[in-house]
Design a binder for this molecule. Sequence first.
Ligand SMILES: *Cc1c(COP(=O)(O)O)cnc(C)c1O
Length: 226
Amino acid sequence: MVEENIKKVRENMEAACKRAGRDIKDVTLIAVSKTKPVSMMEEALQTGVLDFGENKVQEILEKKPLLPDNVRFHMIGHLQRNKVKQVIDKAVLIHSVDSLRLAEQIEEEAKKKELHADVLLEVNVAREESKYGFFMEEVEEAVKEIGNFPHITIKGLMTIAPNVENPEDNREVFKKLYQLYVDIKSKNIDNGTMSVLSMGMTGDYEVAIEEGATMIRVGTGIFGTR
Ligand SMILES: *Cc1c(COP(=O)(O)O)cnc(C)c1O
């Protein structure tokens, strides 16, 4: 089932890229495996998926030793500062940097471990009460400050769009984040390190690709309901 689902998702990605005049090589599929067993992740691996998204540090710690070393874990959920230490050398990219304080903690732990952390800044584009992330107007300042941290590289921006029935309802959210991303890149405040736009989930990844996503995070559409 996982294999067929991934095939379908790839077909949809291909079609969305075609509509937008984009190359599918510029869009990375992250299989969101939270709450799902390693056996299902192995099925995904068989199809060539190497990027997995998790929202709990504990789950990354448990699953990582059971999978090949070339599997890449993406931390996509809200990260508590006291968990940074455990995940910083396990995740290839932290998508969910949602405050300056969290970034400071990541800087501190990265320095201690003498490594470099790649992160995305999470943006609450739709200003939802229930969501984490910077507001749009706060992002430039955050990029300026966090961009100065020697052990962090800001790779781009991420958003979790509202839960909607019709994916078209999120097009404006994706357009806004893309525009912000382009604006910040053009100002070059991050020394040109921004190349990732993580947006789009099972319900709306095709629209997100049409609007410029370079990473999509698909859970239900690959592993079924949670
Ligand atoms: C769970 C989750 C996803 C995947 O959601 P689906 O609707 O199952 O595709 C994507 N991004 C984040 C941040 C998540 O927590």
